[in-house]
Design a binder for this molecule. Structure first.
Ligand SMILES: *[C@@H]1O[C@H](CO)[C@@H](O)[C@H](O)[C@H]1NC(C)=O
Length: 255
């Protein structure tokens, strides 16, 4: 949007809100670290909660071996709608692209600042199931690149096609800023916490918000699942901007 209309839109909404007295403020920041600190900003009226989104992306695991390496961390603090505040540890396993663990912590008081605790460890014990795996940022579909073995509580295969967005703090401060978006298609193993949040509509995958269609289905045993058809990955033509944002997170993404 042109800066001038954005400016007036901002002013208009601010005046509207001043009249309504709605002004939850949240700490806003993001970093590729365990924690971050920032100033408090006024949330847009649709957002009634402050959230800390912690994520950790681990490299591909060796099945059944205890895992000690640290993953790549990221943290984002922003405004969110409280209906999206499911606080379980969601886990998505993308095979050789690694495992992404994401945890939301919400609070609804003015500028509430919660301590950021470490994420619990990932269970790397095979659970005997397998899912088709692929990831694309260039289209809303991707062809399976093979199977990934599910671990721990990853009892579901996930199939999501939609739009991913990053870097939107949900505040007045960022109205008019471009929101970085891309198509996304993801297949892999997932746990119940991830599938529950996905059924709510939007879902968080690391620092991305994904809005789309798809489903989770109970994963089948590895041998039965291994009979599927596997194509190769589509060439990536778009979504490069988002990939820059993601570069630290999904380094194995083939371009
Ligand atoms: C890890 O996952 C395996 C396979 O699902 C399960 O049997 C085991 O109880 C889990 N361990 C922990 C500590 O949760």
């Amino acid at each position: 949007m042109h800066p001038l209309p954005c400016f007036w839109l901002k002013i208009g909404i601010l005046l509207f809100l001043a009249g309504k007295g709605l002004h939850l403020k949240c700490e806003i920041c993001s970093d590729m670290k365990h924690d971050c600190a920032g100033r408090a900003y006024t949330c847009l009226p649709i957002f009634d909660s402050c959230v800390t989104i912690q994520s950790e992306k681990f490299p591909a695991f060796t099945l059944n071996k205890p895992y000690h390496a640290k993953g790549k961390r990221a943290v984002t603090k922003k405004c969110i709608g409280s209906s999206l505040c499911r606080e379980g540890l969601s886990v998505v396993n993308l095979g050789r692209r690694g495992i992404i663990a994401t945890k939301l912590s919400c609070c609804e008081e003015e500028d509430c600042r919660m301590p950021v605790l470490p994420l619990p460890p990932i269970n790397t014990t095979s659970n005997g199931k397998a899912c088709p795996v692929c990831l694309s940022f260039s289209s809303t579909s991707c062809r399976s690149e093979g199977m990934v073995y599910c671990m721990g509580d990853q009892h579901y295969c996930l199939f999501i096609d939609g739009i991913a967005s990053a870097e939107d703090s949900g505040t007045f401060a960022t109205i008019g800023d471009p929101i970085i978006t891309s198509y996304i298609a993801v297949r892999g193993c997932a746990n119940q916490a991830f599938c529950d949040t996905f059924h709510e509509g939007a879902v968080h995958l690391a620092s991305l918000t994904v809005i789309g269609s798809g489903h989770c289905e109970l994963a089948t045993a590895r041998d039965a699942a291994a009979r599927g058809h596997y194509g190769c990955c589509c060439p990536v033509l778009a979504g490069l901007l988002l990939l820059k944002v993601l570069a630290c997170f999904l380094p194995a993404t083939k371009i």
